[in-house]
Design a protein around this ligand. Structure first.
Ligand code: BGC
Length: 348
């Protein structure tokens, strides 16, 4: 009897378990209903949109205008059906506090990558630390931070050109003139220097290496005047006009750290009744279209191509590498190119 009872109990339990299993079945039904939606997904792949934050130190800068326009153009050319780039580009207005706010906003907005043209390289550390702490890859451009501010971090890099090369090329253009820049034949090249932002290594190196190329070639030099024009055309004109008024015919060479200031200097040279190539030489850096035009016509002595196309494309390419999770090197360099009259006529 006990055996019969045990068997009956066992049968009841098996039945109960089966019944539970059957009850569970309806729960699986929604998963079956969801299946058609999952099958449809591959037919319409979602485009991935990456958010890119770009802050430029100052929109009115002639060179950085070409550079930033090319960043936008180039990103567009790299878009596909499935990959889009949403660029938020802002003007740092040459104000570090403003730019720091912009970086804070980029972090809050959850940018996927940041491209930064610093207002002040001395503030690099604080800004880089913030961005790294937020886990956002960072591509610094155009204004090289001090080596100790480069973090040796695979998500941070600098894209630029070695400014020593641009200074050397300026000096070599003068060295290679028939009179080596010594128009009045007094055995020395008397020059004025119009500098960019003195905090900027581009300005420091161009100032130093342009003159060094002459002294390395055994040419004696005399600095009549060395002033800060902050990369600005109007300031360049004003400084050159002052120097010409003060030193007159003694000025044989006008070195400008960029073409913007050289274009200003050209206006001052014209106003003073001087003639480039005859009684004065004028050098810039960047190869802005207006400067190249003057060089072709013999109205400016030379410039150095600061390759905004190469630099902007490199910056975008490495930003995309970072978006794809690839490790970045610390530095990416783009070469300068010497642009004298012969080169300008042959290549532009
Ligand atoms: C360019 C200048 C520009 C500066 C801005 C330099 O590399 O030659 O024209 O004003 O960058 O940082």
């Amino acid at each position: 009897m006990k055996k019969f009872l045990a068997l009956a109990l066992a049968l009841v339990m098996i039945f109960a378990l089966c019944a539970c299993g059957q009850q569970a079945a309806p729960a699986a039904a929604p998963a079956q209903e969801a299946a058609p939606a999952a099958e449809a997904a591959p037919a319409a792949p979602e485009a991935k949109t990456y958010k890119v934050g770009v802050s430029i130190y100052q929109y009115t800068d002639n060179f950085m205008t070409l550079y930033r326009q090319e960043i936008e153009n180039y990103f567009k050319t790299l878009e596909t059906d499935t990959v889009k780039y949403e660029i938020t580009m802002v003007d740092g207005k040459n104000d570090m506090a403003e730019q720091t706010n912009q970086v804070d906003n980029f972090i809050t907005q959850g940018m996927d990558v940041i491209i930064l043209n610093l207002v002040q390289t001395s503030s690099a550390e604080a800004v880089v630390d913030k961005i790294v702490a937020a886990g956002i890859p960072l591509v610094l451009i155009n204004r090289e931070p001090a080596a100790e501010n480069m973090t040796n971090n695979p998500t941070v890099c600098y894209v630029g050109a070695d400014a020593r090369q641009s200074g050397t090329f300026q000096g070599e253009i003068v060295r290679d003139l028939p009179d080596n820049g010594d128009i009045n034949g007094d055995g020395k090249v008397s020059y004025i220097m119009i500098e960019g932002d003195p905090e900027n290594s581009d300005a420091q190196y161009r100032t130093e290496f342009s003159v060094k190329a002459l002294t390395d070639a055994g040419i004696e030099v005399e600095c009549l005047d060395d002033q800060v024009g902050n990369w600005d055309q109007t300031k360049g004109q004003e400084l050159c006009a002052n120097a010409l008024a003060k030193f007159g015919d003694k000025v044989e060479v006008v070195f400008c750290n960029n073409d913007g200031m050289a274009l200003g200097a050209k206006a001052a040279i014209d106003a003073a009744g001087r003639k480039v190539g005859t009684d004065i030489y004028l050098l810039g850096v960047d190869a802005l279209p207006e400067a190249v035009e003057l060089i072709k016509n013999g109205e400016m002595t030379g410039t150095v191509l600061n390759d905004h196309i190469g630099q902007s494309h490199t910056a975008v390419d490495v930003a995309i590498k970072a978006l794809n999770g690839e490790a970045l090197e610390d530095y990416y360099w783009v070469d300068y190119l010497k642009v004298d009259e012969a080169y300008a006529k042959a290549n532009y």
